[in-house]
Design a protein around this ligand. Sequence first.
Ligand SMILES: [Fe+2]
Length: 244
Amino acid sequence: MRYCVFADVHANLEALKAILLVLKQEKVDRSIFLGDLVGYGAQPNETIELFRTINLHTAVCGNHDRVVVRNTQVIDFQTLARYSILWTKQQVTTDNKRYLAAFNDGLVKIEGNIGIVHCSPYRRNVYILNRRDIKKAFQKSQNWITLFAHTHIAAMHSIDNKVSTLYPENDFYYPLSRKKRYLINPGAVGQPRDLDSRASIAILDTNEKMIYWKRIEYDIRSAQDKIREEGLPSWHANRLGIGQ
Ligand SMILES: [Fe+2]
């Protein structure tokens, strides 16, 4: 199976439109979504409606999605993110909330010993960034591949007798070994934080046992303008331009 793996769209309709064009060219069978369809961006309903047209294999709920559909506390959110997510919660229609509420929660297993999760396999709302977190994640998830998101940084961690990390290059094919286990982050579609402002996705081919990342240009200016027009925090517009 050839999957598109993506995450952290964050109501950025322009970025989602751009990746859907690439999906057609890449001939993927189905898509795996790792959470955070909304929050930060100015077009939550339009983004959910476009997302609903995708040939989806599985979706998991992100921390932003969870706030919109459940009575979750927003204590883990910083001030600006909290402002945006509470605005989003008011905007999203009942029908779209029902759609988001059907996303899986926590670590979900899909074909061929592959697990998917939004934040980490061991706890909600933590970022897998340092060596200690990576080791903890490998201990908790014994899957061959665990796909995760939340950091908004494209990365691949692997373990055999030691842990290694690489930050992937655009369009470079990485073979996957059955002798190793992997923690793979596709990066963010709608708000990258790895100093590359282009939308990021990963293409995972389980037959060929390989993965590659694609960075995709989109109309950043339009997404920024919409955030400002809605009176949402200007930092959420500015950061799109610098990939931070
Ligand atoms: Fe996110």
